[in-house]
Every structure is written in structure tokens, then in C-alpha cells.
Ligand binder design. Structure first.
Ligand code: DI6
Ligand code: FE
Length: 397
């Protein structure tokens, strides 16, 4: 196996629980897709091959731990409706919102879904994403949920690690009038999808316009029986106590959380559940209620950041913009935002083998035109990526 040394860069390792872990003239030795050694260039071990970084900035590859990347159609008309005064919940109650994307997704072939999702994944990859989570949840029938998850798996061919999440409990499909009966079906479908190797985690939307905590609990019981970890869209539009429910199942993450209560924070802290904050949805829906960042910090709840890319509430394909918005809108420090899209994003997916630049981790990293990672959080609408390395391989940038 050939060992390649990258040397002469500013390496932000994010090693340890705080601080940037900066090495000013740093080097990384990569072998077999893993980081074998990271340290000052002057101390670097011998290698078969050397890449000069010429002072460029090196960070862990970005982890986008919450996306709805696979779907048909678009919802720009709802953007116009909201600007005319309709709320996200009004549009959903009138049969638009998630249901409108469900109709477009059911009508799309696997090839059409793959082609559209490929363009979106390429945009994320072009900003340095090396691990990508993709949720189902726009099929709401077994065949279309399956198609979505198969398409998500195929995105791995682009040179990105894809994690799939089953989100059939996203909205009530038009052919069901009884939410409990639909939840029975959601639990039934999960067994086959899990057996087919299409599901890495299970998610649900716990909200007054979606499913109750009791209904979500039934989905989580089904996940638990299959040994699958859970996550939850919780307290996005109201406080449903979803965080406490999810923490009871030792959820990997609770996501959104604008209406998270002190009891929810305590439960998440005790369970080690990651808080995934989604500034794109907050921004696009012109929300005013902020997630309780100071209280999360104080309780020691790890914070992650993601795009939540979806056609309705967060049609962004820019993880770099989310770094900036996490700071400007939510008051995260640039270091918290960076940890949110690297090590804590990985943790929200149950992955401990990435997100930091230390020996033994996957060799997923980005080389940027810049001198310090805070520059990338301060800037927006600009992409200074020079090189993206995925499992030790230089890819498209
Ligand atoms: N919350 C969200 O932000 C996405 N899903 C969810 O439960 C949005 C889904 C959509 O509007 O299509
Ligand atoms: Fe979402």
C-alpha cells in the first residue's frame, strides 16, 4: 500500500473536545484510505509520494448529517405563497407542502430521481462534503420509499459516503385518513427495507401537522426491534416533548429544536443525543424563535449543523452558507459551527471514525484557499475549496 504525505499546510485537526487543534506547518500521512499520522511537517515520517500544500488550509471533510436530497419537482410556488402571507403550516394543511412533493416523487422514475439527486449531491460535494445523510419520506408508500432509498444508496458512486434514513413517518399520505393505520404500515414496511440493507437509521416528524409522540414511539419501537438507531424532527414548529421521547430511545440526534424546552435539553444531555440545528429552514421560513443555543451549550449537548436540503423549507445546497448562518442567525462561534459540520455531524450519524484529522480516522479532508477555518464561517456566497480528498483519493473540487 502506498503512503502519501500532504505537507506544508495549516491543518485544523479539531482534535480534542475544544479548540481548533491548529498545526501551522502541518502534514498528513495517508495510507489505505486512512490517516496514519498527523503532525508538524518537520516531524513527518517517510512516504512514497509527497503533495505540497503551499500554506493552504486543511480541514476535515464536511458531514451533512440531515438532507432530503431525493425528490421530484420543486416548490418555488410555495415560496411565493409564503411571501404573500401564507404560513408553512397553512400550506401543509391545504394539501401542499410535503404532500405536493410526494405526488411529484411518486410520479418520477428511479432514473429521474437519480439524475436530479445527482446534481444536488454534486453541488454539496463541490463545497467539500464527504459524508452525506439522505432521508426518504417523499414516497409514503412502500414502493416509492424503496425507490428513494435505492437512489440515495446509488449516490455513493459519486465518491461520497452516504447514510440513509427511513422517514416514512413524515406526513400522512392522501390514501390514509387514519394516522394510526398509516403508522402500522410504516412499521411493516421498515422490516423489508431494513432486511434489504437500505436503512441506516429511522426518523420521524413529531409535530402538530405530522405525528404525535405516541405515534412516533411506535415507529421507534419497530426500529428498536430491528436494532436500528433513531433520530427525530423535533420541536420545529411547536414543543411536542419529542426530544424527551427520542432521548428515551437514546436517539442519535434531535433536529430543528427551535421550540425545545429545558426538560428536552436535560433529556438530550443525559442520553448523549446530538442537537442538529438547521439554519437554512429557520431562514427560509423566516422563523423568529431561535433554538436555545446557550442552554444547549451549558448542558453540554453536542451541536451539529446541516443543510436540511429539501424543496420546501430549506432549498439550499450550500453547507458553507450554513456555517455562516449558524454563526450569524444562531450565534454559534465559528469553531462550534465547524465542529457542527464535522465531528458532531458525524456523531449525529453514529460515526466515530471521521470528523477530526487524527491518526486512525478516515482520510476525508478538504484543502481550502485560506489561512484559518474561521475565514470560511465569516464569508458567505463564496467557495474557496481547492481540493477534496475522499478516503485518501483526490476527487473533483
Ligand atoms: N421538516 C423539514 O424541515 C423538512 N421536513 C420536516 O419534517 C421539510 C419537508 C418539506 O417541507 O418538504
Ligand atoms: Fe428535515
Amino acid at each position: 500500500m502506498k503512503a502519501r504525505l500532504w505537507r506544508g499546510g495549516v491543518v485544523a485537526t479539531l482534535a480534542g473536545d475544544s479548540g481548533w487543534g491548529l498545526i501551522d506547518d502541518g502534514a498528513l500521512l495517508v495510507e489505505g484510505g486512512l490517516l496514519r499520522w498527523v503532525g508538524p511537517s518537520a516531524d513527518a515520517p517517510p512516504a512514497d509520494d509527497i503533495v505540497e500544500l503551499r500554506g493552504a488550509l486543511v480541514t476535515p471533510g464536511l458531514v451533512d448529517c440531515h438532507t432530503h436530497l431525493v425528490y421530484g419537482g420543486n416548490r418555488a410556488h410555495e415560496f411565493e405563497q409564503r411571501l404573500l402571507g401564507a404560513s408553512y403550516a397553512d400550506i401543509a394543511k391545504a394539501g401542499g407542502g410535503i404532500r405536493s412533493t410526494v405526488a411529484a416523487t411518486r410520479a418520477a422514475s428511479e432514473a429521474e430521481l437519480l439524475s436530479a439527486a445527482t446534481k444536488r449531491a454534486r453541488a454539496l460535494i463541490a463545497e467539500g462534503v464527504t459524508t452525506l445523510e439522505v432521508k426518504s419520506g417523499y414516497g409514503l408508500d412502500c414502493a416509492t420509499e424503496t425507490r428513494m432509498l435505492r437512489v440515495a444508496r446509488q449516490l455513493a458512486g459519486l465518491g461520497v459516503d452516504v447514510r440513509t434514513t427511513y422517514l416514512a413517518a413524515h406526513a400522512l399520505p392522501p390514501e390514509f385518513s387514519n394516522a394510526d393505520a398509516y403508522i402500522d404500515a410504516v412499521c411493516r414496511w421498515l422490516t423489508g427495507l431494513s432486511d434489504a440493507g437500505l436503512v441506516d437509521a429511522v426518523d420521524a416528524f413529531c409535530e402538530h401537522i405530522a405525528f404525535s409522540p405516541a405515534q412516533v414511539g411506535r415507529v421507534f419501537d419497530a426500529a428498536r426491534r430491528l436494532g436500528l438507531p433513531v433520530k427525530l424532527h423535533a420541536e420545529q414548529l411547536s414543543d411536542q416533548g419529542g426530544a424527551q421521547l427520542a432521548a428515551g430511545y437514546r436517539a442519535l440526534s434531535c433536529d430543528h429544536l427551535e421550540y425545545l424546552s429545558p426538560a428536552g435539553i436535560r433529556a438530550m444531555a443525559e442520553a448523549g443525543t446530538v442537537a442538529v440545528l438547521l439554519p437554512g429552514a429557520f431562514y427560509a421560513l423566516r422563523e423568529t424563535r431561535l433554538p436555545p443555543v446557550a442552554a444547549l451549550r451549558e448542558a453540554g449537548v453536542p451541536i451539529a449543523i446541516a443543510t436540511d436540503h429539501n424543496p420546501g423549507s430549506s432549498p439550499t445546497l450550500s453547507p458553507l452558507l450554513m456555517l455562516n448562518m449558524a454563526c450569524v442567525l444562531f450565534g454559534l462561534t465559528p469553531e462550534e459551527a465547524w465542529r457542527g459540520m464535522t465531528v458532531n455531524g458525524a456523531r449525529a450519524l453514529g460515526l466515530a471514525d471521521r470528523g477530526r484529522l487524527v491518526a486512525g480516522q478516515r482520510a476525508d479532508f478538504c484543502v481550502w484557499d485560506g489561512g484559518h477555518p474561521r475565514e470560511l464561517a465569516a464569508c458567505f456566497g463564496h467557495n474557496p475549496l481547492l481540493e477534496r480528498v475522499f478516503e485518501g483519493h483526490q476527487g473533483e473540487a
